[in-house]
Design a protein around this ligand. Structure first.
Ligand code: ZN
Ligand code: ZN
Length: 347
């Protein structure tokens, strides 16, 4: 079968590998859709400390069950399934507290376990043990289901933000995850006006056409903090989500937050430059709440599938490109150039 194997930074090969065999504690899927995101591009160029080459990439996976190990119950060939990417251990202090997104022994599909840019994938025992293989509702397509993983990360982040009806929300980053954040804030939390910020006018327009924020703000043209202050009558934004790796957006988020404002530092910063300047007195006197966000728990993946199924948070229109596995490296270029909202690879 074909698989996209990571050997070293910028040495990623689509090659023929033996079809994997299903062990007694495992499930084998025929991959039907594996979506791409910025993380794939990051791995392509920089590798990752948790990847021991060669390894098959791809972590946003949906497929059809084709084989079930003798010791596994609950699955039958023909079942449609979505796979978690972040795999908690289920046993550490954090997991026992129910904080599976911050498991200290977290492993990942597409890192320690071979991923979904391939014709077939083995779902390891570690995934099944934490209930990380999810049934796809009948009315949800494989491509949509593959987007449940990034969607789950956004659900995890927003759970911490206590978004209330009518809250003003600012989202930095007009990528797929920024779009999903807007849809969740509206569809699940019934927020008020949403302002979408980016420094790339084309991407801003493409995403705004899909999710229709009340206003887009091009950070390369205007002072983002001033504009949000104007739009909110000087009060500031109630909720700010930085779905980008740009340090300045975190500083701008603090500067534009309303009293009792809640901020999610959703996107991580570059490892080589992870610090920002924070006026601590602004945080203190305005009583700001600043949250981190680290991936998702299995339960968030289930909820994502449910929101897609009920129509509360649609994702179908965010998947703007379907690309065959043979052209998976083109998919990476499209993601890198920001020319599509979400690109799904279909083996
Ligand atoms: Zn991803
Ligand atoms: Zn754990």
């Amino acid at each position: 079968m074909k698989a996209l194997r990571f050997y070293a930074p910028e040495d990623v090969r689509l090659e023929d590998v033996p079809e994997p065999e299903c062990g007694p504690d495992e499930v084998k899927l025929k991959v039907k859709a594996c979506s791409t995101c910025g993380t794939d591009v990051k791995i392509f160029y920089n590798g990752h400390q948790n990847i021991t080459p060669p390894a098959t990439m791809g972590h946003e996976i949906a497929g059809e069950v084709v084989e079930v190990g003798a010791n596994v119950s609950g699955w039958t060939p023909g079942d449609r399934a979505q796979v978690i990417a972040a795999v908690p251990c289920g046993e550490c202090y954090e997991c026992k507290k129910g904080w599976m997104a911050v498991c200290q022994n977290q492993t990942s599909v597409g890192y320690q376990y071979d991923g979904g840019f391939a014709d077939y994938i083995i779902i390891p025992r570690q995934v099944l043990r934490v209930d990380g293989l999810n049934r796809i509702p009948d009315n949800v397509g494989y491509d949509e289901a593959s987007a449940a993983e990034p969607f789950a990360c956004a659900i995890n982040a927003q759970e911490l933000l206590g978004i209330e009806e009518g809250d003003t929300v600012v989202v930095f980053g007009a990528g797929p995850i920024g779009c999903m954040h807007i849809r969740i804030a509206r569809g699940v939390h019934r927020c008020g006006p949403v302002y979408l910020v980016d420094v790339n006018a084309d991407r801003l327009k493409m995403s705004a056409d899909a999710v229709q924020p009340e206003e887009t703000i091009d950070g390369s043209q205007v002072d983002v903090v001033d504009r949000v202050m104007e739009l909110t009558g000087g009060r500031g934004a109630d909720v700010i989500i930085t779905a980008t790796a740009a340090n300045i957006t975190q500083e701008q988020a603090i500067a534009m937050a309303a009293r009792n404002g809640r901020i999610s530092f959703f996107g991580g910063l570059p490892k080589t430059n992870p610090t920002i300047t924070c006026d601590s007195n602004v945080v203190h006197y305005r009583q700001l709440h600043i949250h981190g966000a680290n991936g998702s728990a299995p339960e968030h993946n289930k909820r994502a599938l449910e929101y897609i199924s009920t129509g509360q948070v649609p994702v179908k229109d965010l998947i703007t490109e379907h690309i065959p596995l043979d052209r998976v490296l083109d998919a990476f270029s499209i993601v890198k150039a920001g020319e599509a909202i979400k690109v799904t690879v279909v083996p």
